[in-house]
Design a protein around this ligand. Structure first.
Ligand SMILES: [Fe+2]
Length: 365
């Protein structure tokens, strides 16, 4: 057997590790990319105090789910004044880190339209300049701090793009659970379920191997054991720390396998039905699990290590998600049986859907 695992991100984990930012940044000058509420939460002031004159600016006008229209304006403004900046510090959830990944790659013209034209045409993008990315997640779930992918939405055209270059890996991830203590309940839940989805999607995946499985199994078990307790006790640093580590492991897992059918379904649920990502990619997990079971003895074994005995696993997973207040049927979201069937069929043909271990067998069936 031969296998490969690759993750070039220097991952720094632990309560209080944000204070290591100046040492990790070194002599580089940085700009902070963060979410609008970061200022009121005192996070911008903390970064300013840590970096002093090395911090050259703050971009905090981000929207959830970065869209082409907003990114174009942010990108063009960033590159017009990017000469004295070496690094981008992305502080926030997936939207902040994905925005930073879009900003970090410079084009010949300095315009974002060059990136979008290449993405739309499926052409390779060769950046002319690249900024170093330091990702500091404030949610436990996205995994974007240890992956090279950025999701870019085009709501006007109702499509979703995935930006992925060799240059869009973060250089450093600082995972500090203290930053997650103030997360609202909704974001805690959505990001936690996103992380569970990353772990399971990494297992029922044609790209899985024993190394990605090691991360995925640990992540799934820890999230199942921790998330309900954390929802009851959101101010517990110990529980925040366990979720942050579990989400980081899930990120490590899918950084090598990518996601699969549940995420492929999620993109349409977000675009057409407005579901937040963490719900859109997790409500279908029991259904996808049911379809995954029995496809491969070896995958079944790994799923059993993550989820326990498989005979009742889909039911247990349904109960787990529903007890957190999230419905698990398409009908709960206004999607009819026919619409759901065609959505799943379409999702199976997408780039992420084709990673699902059941895809080929289902196409024949
Ligand atoms: Fe996700």
């Amino acid at each position: 057997m031969s296998l490969e695992y690759f993750n070039p991100v220097r991952s720094v984990y632990g309560a209080g590790t944000l204070s290591s930012l100046p040492g990790l940044l070194g002599s580089r000058r940085a700009i902070l990319v963060t979410f609008p509420e970061a200022r009121a939460l005192g996070l911008v002031a903390r970064i300013e105090a840590l970096l002093k004159t090395q911090l050259r600016g703050v971009i905090d006008n981000l929207q959830p789910n970065p869209d082409v229209a907003e990114l174009t304006a942010q990108y063009d403004a960033f590159w017009a004044h990017a000469g004295d900046v070496d690094a981008i510090i992305a502080l926030g959830g997936g939207s902040a880190i994905d925005t930073a990944k879009a900003l970090m790659v410079g084009t010949q013209s300095g315009g974002f339209d060059e990136i979008m034209a290449a993405l739309s045409a499926g052409r390779a993008i060769t950046p002319t300049r690249v900024k170093t990315l330091i990702a500091v997640p404030t949610t436990a779930g996205t995994g974007s701090e240890v992956t090279p992918w950025a999701t870019i939405w085009d709501r006007r055209r109702q499509v979703k793009h995935s930006l992925h270059l060799a240059e869009t890996w973060p250089s450093i991830a600082i995972v500090d659970p203290e930053l997650m203590l103030s997360l609202p309940a909704g974001v805690t839940l959505h990001s936690g379920l996103d992380a569970l989805s990353h772990a399971l999607e990494s297992i029922w995946n044609v790209n899985a191997n024993p190394l990605s499985d090691t991360f995925a199994i640990a992540a799934a078990r820890e999230i199942l054991a921790t998330l309900p307790a954390l929802m009851q006790e959101p101010s517990s640093l110990a529980l925040r720390a366990r979720m942050a580590l579990a989400a980081l492991k899930a990120g490590m897992a899918f950084s090598n396998t990518r996601t699969a059918l549940a995420h492929s379904i999620s993109y349409e649920m977000t675009l057409r039905y407005g579901l937040p990502h963490g719900i859109a990619c997790s409500f279908s997990l029991p259904m996808v699990l049911q379809r995954a079971l029995g496809r491969s003895i070896e995958r079944d074994r790994v799923l059993a290590r993550a989820l326990g005995p498989l005979d009742q696993a889909p039911q247990r997973l349904t109960s787990f998600i529903e007890q957190l207040g999230v419905k698990t049927r398409f009908a709960d979201y206004g999607v009819s049986d026919d619409q759901a069937a065609s959505m799943v069929a379409h999702a199976l043909t997408g780039a992420r859907g084709r990673n699902f271990i059941g895809t080929q067998a289902m196409e024949v069936a």
